[in-house]
Design a protein around this ligand. Sequence first.
Ligand code: ZN
Length: 412
Amino acid sequence: MYKKKSLPKIITLVAAVAMGVNSTYAQDDDDDSIRELVSRLDLESYKAVIKGLAQFGDRRQGTERNRRAVDWIEEQLQAAGCTNTERIHYVFDPEPRPPRQRSSQSDEIVDLTTSTGGKVGRNGSGPGGSSIYGYRAQTGVNRDLMAQPDERIRELNREEPVNGPRTEVYCTKIGTTRPDEMYILGAHMDGHGVNEAVNDDASGTALVMELARIFNSPDVDTEVSIRFALWNNEETGLNGSYAYVEQRKDLQGIENPPGSGKYPEPRWLGMIQHDMMLWDHGAPRADGTVSRDQRPEADVNIEFQSNSDLAEESMLLAFMFKASADKYNTDYPATVGPHMTNTDSTPFMNEVPSISLRENERGMHTGAGWNPTWHTPLDVWTTFTDEDFRLGLNAAQTTLSAIAELAGTKIK
Ligand SMILES: [Zn+2]
């Protein structure tokens, strides 16, 4: 159901950014400040964080490797200057599901040069006559340990998950003049597929951790608060981000203790999710295989959800991000689409303007088999080249510059 909301602030910002002039918050030197912040992003530093996450294998929820990864992320955030880390606690204890029929694909060692199972459709063959065009290769989760050809990675991922208590970590840059309002930047730290979960989603997790580092540099001030959240249990149904919304939605904007100037849950201004940032190699070919190379038209896909209560506000936020990408991305452009889905921004989308940044459109491209590393043994460090990592870095440039603008950022 469509609801009309008033949008003066964000319209001003979008219009200002789209026209290339300074925003409401901007001073003359703002562009220079943002450019300086963007220059603090670095490919090798971004890759190093991804590699750090890869040491915990697929970080599958409910395992020791997942718990150790949460601890490691918290240590890294603190070392980077985002010292006020906190944890969300929740229990993941779903009803057991009836055993599923195994697809023939899940038994195979997947290789880019082999067909992805022989089921390649074409033109409108998507479910329900969806907007999937071109060839469509099969996708599916691989949980077969022996499908991972690398013995070291196989050993990392041997433990099976057990239901029970879970945690996830976040930290916050506190705003100087509006500490009671914030943007939330998120990515999920859990993965699966007997791999190193490099693309899905160390690539987004490292992006958020790098932004936490840059925004928490001693010489950086923001007027508005920014929260850096690394969700757990995304892969089981967004359970970590749902737990956050459930536990904290009603605490927004409350000063606690009264008179302290402290706001444990600043009022939400926007939620920006990062999930799968590296791989834009184009559509599958007629035989279901996908190119090993980043396609020349590779881009950052910014999506909002046209069916959400806040579709209009979210769309404006998405276009504001695109304008920022046009200005600050060094290698790849950004595009906007209306089908944000299947990631941790969904629990937020009826509460606050919400968007996701990805390598591809989740519904159309990923669903049509554009990414053979998705939830398969191929999502490992050695699969990706610097061209891939650079796409993730460009998404980081987009979010860093857009949020620096929206949060009113100054270098002291
Ligand atoms: Zn993901």
